[in-house]
Design a protein around this ligand. Structure first.
Ligand SMILES: [Zn+2]
Length: 308
């Protein structure tokens, strides 16, 4: 996550210039205020457009608290693999998320710092290899006290521990979030799972082909997914059976294993592992971020190993 995107700074500047210039011209010709009128939209546009970069810049000057760093160190395998510079960037991303996302408890759920940190850690992990990315979707997170069903109600047969929406809040149950990072090597992490779905939403909904997969590589990716889903059905996969439910669930479950069991996945699912390394631009075993020139998805799907 960047403090500011150059493209959005340029857009803000141009917008301020064009609208400010236009209003200034009107002020000059049609009002007694004069061209100074153009300063009003300039100030408004700059205040709105620079608000987030300004907040992020200020946050980036601060250090994550020692308690939060200790928690990340104890619970997030990727964090442990990072060098000092990588951890500083991870810390910074966590701070951005904690500042920008809204976290709310449903019914009597108390939103603790650990719950917030658990979600922020998932976002920072998914974006670590792609510093220019932002997580798509809304910045609202809801914590439910118990499992819920399709209608968001809790009952004894409800089976959902989490749910992501294309344009709505990300929902988690408290227990599932707590379990996600309590045993970070079990390949089961509802936080990573639901966040992974957000990469998979496009115009046709979640279909197991993340919208950032280039169209040229999409058929090879889909055929890899079909093959890997067959392995899951035959019980010959590291991935848990739920991965065979649908291609979208396969992708989300694969992301969980990728970040929690990267060594085992690299050994047992070489091509899938390399595809995910390429997708996230990150080798979670070492915390190494790929160079832009290496490890394209097309190469990964053709069997060429990226130099990590
Ligand atoms: Zn899912």
């Amino acid at each position: 996550m960047r403090v500011a995107r150059r493209s959005s700074l340029i857009t803000t500047g141009l917008l301020a210039l064009i609208i400010g210039g236009g209003v200034g011209l009107i002020g000059h010709e049609a009002t007694s205020v004069g061209p100074g009128l153009g300063l009003v939209p300039v100030v408004v546009i700059l205040l709105v457009g620079l608000r987030r970069p300004w907040r992020r810049w200020r946050l980036a000057q601060q250090e994550l608290s020692p308690e939060r760093r200790r928690w990340l160190q104890a619970h997030v395998p990727l964090y442990r693999a990072l060098d000092e510079e990588g951890r500083a960037r991870f810390d910074r991303d966590v701070q951005f998320v904690l500042d920008e996302y809204s976290f709310e408890g449903v019914q009597d759920v108390a939103v603790t710092d650990t719950l917030r940190l658990s979600v922020a850690a998932g976002i920072a992990a998914l974006l670590h290899g792609r510093p220019s990315w932002e997580l798509p979707g809304s910045q609202s997170v809801l914590f439910y006290p118990e499992r819920f069903d399709e209608t968001y109600h809790e009952n004894v047969t409800a089976s959902y521990d989490g749910m992501a929406h294309q344009q709505g809040p990300i929902i988690f149950t408290v227990l599932a979030v707590q379990k996600s990072w309590d045993d970070p090597g079990d390949g089961n992490n509802v936080v990573l799972h639901e966040l992974a779905h957000l990469f998979d939403f496009d115009n046709e909904g979640a279909d197991g082909v993340p919208s950032l997969v280039d169209p040229v590589s999409a058929p090879d990716w889909q055929s890899l997914v079909r093959e890997e889903m067959r392995r899951v059905r035959r019980g010959r996969s590291l991935l848990r059976p739920y991965a065979a439910e649908a291609p979208s669930e396969f992708f989300a479950v694969a992301v969980e294993h990728f970040f929690e069991q990267p060594d085992a996945m690299a050994r047992q699912h070489d091509e899938l592992f390399r595809a995910l390394v390429s997708f996230f631009r990150l080798d979670p075993r070492s915390g190494t971020v790929l160079d832009p020139s290496e490890g394209s998805l097309a190469d990964a799907l053709e069997g060429e190993a990226p130099a990590t």
